[in-house]
Ligand binder design. Structure first.
Ligand code: FBP
Length: 553
């Protein structure tokens, strides 16, 4: 009734489980791999995680399970951070895995993210409740939140509520920060002598929680398909009207994977990549020169139109801006209480500028007022600047108007520059999961249940070989500490899971470099259209170009 035709149809979709899970958790055996070490800063990470450092990798193979499935278990799940399409299927996979092992097993969901763990707000996920949410987008079944469980008091509170609920497993669905947290909790529970397994699931549309064992995070596929449809439509509009330049900022807090993937799927005239800007140590002025060059060259061919993709994290990759943001992070953290007492943004700005080095103070003052204020906004609970709120596309367009006016004066630009700006982010985070994400999330959840049944703690659910059909995917667990390194957060050194940025030596970026000059000059646009849920498998089940290029070698 209160449901669209497609929604009703998707409730009936049956995700494909990897072959090894076909006969349920009782027919899956744990195979222990090599012991592991963290990706960097080994000695420090080891010292901080004495109980969970160096755990062996786990892969699941067919065989008789040694897990005791006779004793019923209770598991709890929490969704943490930004939404990503497929979260409900993770929960469905956990529930089905648990129930298949023993119908008496029960699953609970903490409400509104880790905050719900601290406040002990939870509800049971029954098969009847789950039935209304299978293959749907969003996190509305139990919601999400960005609270962190990290202080000794918070860890103690989490322990108390997990013990109160008699949970044998605690599953955290989140991005790099949330899974870092899962690692901290796993360590703490072991230290406290608790038997509860803590397991992470890699979620984020940003696609930056990946490594050789975690090929992609869930949600990236669906979100980029949604943005690509929109950008493709804009490309066609641009080529029909031939009078505007469109600047599209794409979500992805830090890494530029989303912009790169949408670039592959639509072939626009310009794709900026933050990681390249950083590697080439480009200044804001150099980025503007690069954009202006393309605009002028197209204009000389009579084309006063085009499409440019701007990754949301770009601003933090410009070395001078990065330095400024990091200094601002420290000043804001060090003077939190003084700043809280100030009422206007101007007052805060003046105070902050007085604490910066002369070089950074000058840069801060040179920025358009709106952007400077946006840089001063509150940080999220993880201490990150809220890049989604910084309108980088406006900064670029404003500076381009100045640059092109200069070039016009010098007789080097005779065309028109009329810009339209967009930001695509939130519209992609809760879309109906693509077949890929529906299958991947279900497998990640089922796999997390198998890890829980085998009492594996401190692991991230890992499903690999994702360019193959879902039935051939390989499953297991990767120690959370293996992905950690030490970074500076809120002015302090912290162990965190290393963010996977766009690799400039990687195949996806090389593909862009090979093609971008041609895309800049021509209208090589392609139009991916909307996500297809029914039809030929090569259309419905295809995954990202990023994964295809990464795994082509
Ligand atoms: P996660 O890393 O928590 O999955 O969040 C990703 C993201 O969508 C980013 O792309 C974006 O910068 C941020 O969340 C926006 O955060 P918020 O939802 O708090 O506005």
């Amino acid at each position: 009734k209160n449901c669209s035709e497609l929604q009703a149809e998707r409730l009936n979709f049956k995700p494909t489980l990897p072959e090894m899970f076909k006969n349920g958790p009782a027919s899956v055996k744990v195979k222990l791999g090599k012991t592991t070490k963290s990706v960097a800063d080994q000695a420090t990470v080891k010292k901080m995680f004495p109980h969970t450092y160096g755990l062996p990798e786990i892969s699941f193979v067919k065989g008789k399970s040694s897990a005791d499935t006779k004793k019923a278990i209770k598991a709890a799940v929490v969704l943490s951070g930004g939404q990503a399409p497929g979260g409900h299927n993770v929960i469905a996979g956990i529930l089905d895995g648990l129930k298949k092992a023993n119908p008496k097993n029960r699953l609970f969901g903490f409400l509104k993210g880790p905050g719900g763990v601290l406040e002990n707000k939870l509800k049971e996920i029954t098969p009847t409740l789950m039935a209304q949410y299978r293959n749907t987008g969003g996190f509305d079944l139990i919601q999400s939140g960005r609270t962190k469980i990290e202080t000794p008091e918070q860890l103690g509170q989490a322990k108390e509520n997990i013990l109160k609920g008699k949970f044998d497993a605690f599953i955290v669905v989140g991005g790099d920060d949330s899974n870092t947290n899962a690692g901290v909790i796993a360590e703490y529970f072991k230290q406290e002598g608790m038997h509860t397994s803590v397991i992470g699931v890699p979620k984020t549309i940003d696609g930056d929680l990946k490594n050789e064992h975690i090929e992609t995070s869930f949600g990236f596929d669906t979100a980029t398909k949604i943005y690509s449809e929109l950008v493709g439509n804009i490309c066609r509009d641009v080529n029909s009207a031939q009078k505007y330049w469109h600047f599209v900022r794409l979500m992805g807090r830090s890494a530029s994977h989303i912009a790169l993937e949408v670039g592959f799927k639509t072939q626009p005239n310009i794709v900026l990549i933050g990681e390249e800007v950083l590697a080439k140590k480009m200044t804001l002025a150099q980025i503007i020169d690069y954009l202006a060059k393309t605009i002028v060259a197209r204009s000389a061919d009579g084309k006063n139109f085009g499409v440019a993709l701007v990754p949301e994290g770009l601003i933090e990759f410009i070395p001078e801006m990065k330095e400024l943001i990091s200094a601002l992070n420290d000043v804001l953290a060090d003077h939190e209480s003084a700043l809280e007492k100030m009422h206007t943004i101007e007052e805060k700005k003046e105070f902050v500028i007085s604490k910066l080095s002369p070089k950074l103070a000058k840069l801060m003052k040179s920025l358009p007022a709106g952007i400077a204020s946006q840089l001063m906004l509150d940080r999220d609970p993880h201490g990150n600047v809220q890049v989604s709120l910084i309108e980088t596309e406006k900064l670029l367009v404003e500076m381009l108007h100045h640059k092109l006016a200069e070039l016009r004066k010098a007789g080097k630009f005779k065309g028109k520059f009329s810009a339209i700006m967009h930001f695509f982010g939130y519209e992609g985070r809760c879309g109906i999961p693509s077949n890929f994400d529906a299958n991947y999330c279900y497998a990640l959840g089922y796999n997390a249940a198998v890890l829980a049944l085998n009492k594996c703690s401190g692991y991230l659910s890992s499903v690999k070989k994702l360019v193959k059909p879902a039935k051939n995917w390989e499953c297991g667990g990767i120690p959370l500490t293996m992905m950690m390194n030490i970074e500076r957060r809120k002015g302090k050194e912290k162990p965190v899971i290393k963010k996977a940025l766009v690799e400039l030596k990687g195949e996806p970026f090389k593909y862009l470099v090979k093609n971008r000059d041609n895309w800049a000059k021509t209208e090589s646009y392609i139009f991916p259209g909307p996500i297809q849920y029914f039809g030929p498998a090569h259309v419905t089940d295809m995954t990202t170009k990023t994964l295809q290029y990464e795994q082509a070698k």
